[in-house]
Write a protein that binds this ligand. Structure first.
Ligand code: MG
Length: 296
């Protein structure tokens, strides 16, 4: 019987799964990895409030440790953010995209526009102490390059972007999406394999529970496969992409077990719509996520 064999080997089901993955030690949770922490973050556009200060007040009052701004226009907002964050515990978490052009476009001008504007946003992200800037290499119909050619191009471009990110004091983070939005990059492990091939500390990956709902067979395994490349997580309800808890049965425990396994130190950030009143739904989501983290 599988259960008794596991108990004989002294491995939990989760431990047995991770031990079978290349590069992952069965001793990971109690080994040299730090104890994972739950740091809640919320996108700027998701938090209620008439301006940045009101949004920060709301998030801090509800125990959030991070705010995730969009990258669009961020280079012109660095001073605004620095001033608004002065004397607060809450920090900038990741920066969500906001660049122009398409990184793996078949059109050279579009690629150049992407590289140039990503670098501008990375510089701003570094100035704000951000964990990383989120980048989608190409949505549906944004490139005519085939998968192999697109991947080779991406690996080449990420070396330069990673160096720029590291010099700025931040990272570039690849975001896998679900099949309705892109075909190029859909699974966390695929993004992690790209990071491995680039092999630069300025290049990492993030996972979005919403996209993972459709693309991953195991949230736990997806995060374990990303390991130390993982530096951000997005969270939404699992049926309609609203505030976590607004869909019946919203559950993140399996993924949180993976985050604990890898000693995750960065943020889980709300990227979602809202069915009801944000001022009530977001504190309820924070409680749900804290309860499930404790359970994981
Ligand atoms: Mg996302």
């Amino acid at each position: 019987m599988i259960t008794s064999r596991r108990s004989f080997l002294g491995l939990s089901a989760a431990g047995a799964a991770a031990a079978a993955l290349p590069g992952v030690s069965a001793a990971a949770p109690s080994g040299d990895k730090p104890k994972a922490v739950l740091r809640l973050s919320c996108q700027e556009g998701v938090a209620p409030g008439r301006n940045l200060v009101e949004k920060l007040d709301f998030l801090e009052a509800n125990g959030f440790e991070g705010i995730e701004p969009g990258g669009r226009g961020l280079p012109g907002r660095v001073d605004e953010f620095k001033k608004a964050l002065e004397g607060r515990k809450i920090k900038v978490s990741a920066i969500c995209a906001g660049f122009q052009g398409v990184l793996i476009s078949d059109d050279e001008n579009s690629r150049k526009q992407a590289v140039d504007t990503i670098k501008e946003i990375l510089t701003a992200a570094g100035a704000l102490g951000s964990t990383g800037m989120i980048v989608v290499p190409a949505f549906h119909n944004q490139t005519k390059l085939g998968h192999q050619e697109g991947r080779e191009l991406l690996v080449k471009l990420l070396g330069d972007l990673g160096a720029h990110a590291q010099a700025a004091g931040t990272r570039i983070l690849l975001e896998p999406l679900n099949r309705q939005e892109c075909h190029f990059l859909r699974q966390v492990a695929d993004a992690a394999a790209i990071c491995r091939d680039v092999n630069h500390p300025g290049v990492g990956v993030m996972g979005d529970f919403w996209h993972m709902t459709w693309e991953e067979t195991s949230d736990f395994a997806a995060f374990v496969s990303a390991g130390s490349y993982l530096h951000h997580v997005h969270c939404a309800s699992r049926k309609e992409r609203k505030v976590p808890g607004e869909d019946e049965g919203d559950n993140y425990v399996d993924g949180m077990k993976g985050l604990k396994w890898i000693g995750y130190q960065n943020y889980i950030s709300l990227e979602c719509g809202c069915k009801g009143d944000r001022a009530k739904a977001i504190p309820a989501a924070a409680k749900l996520l804290r309860d499930q983290w404790a359970e994981a």
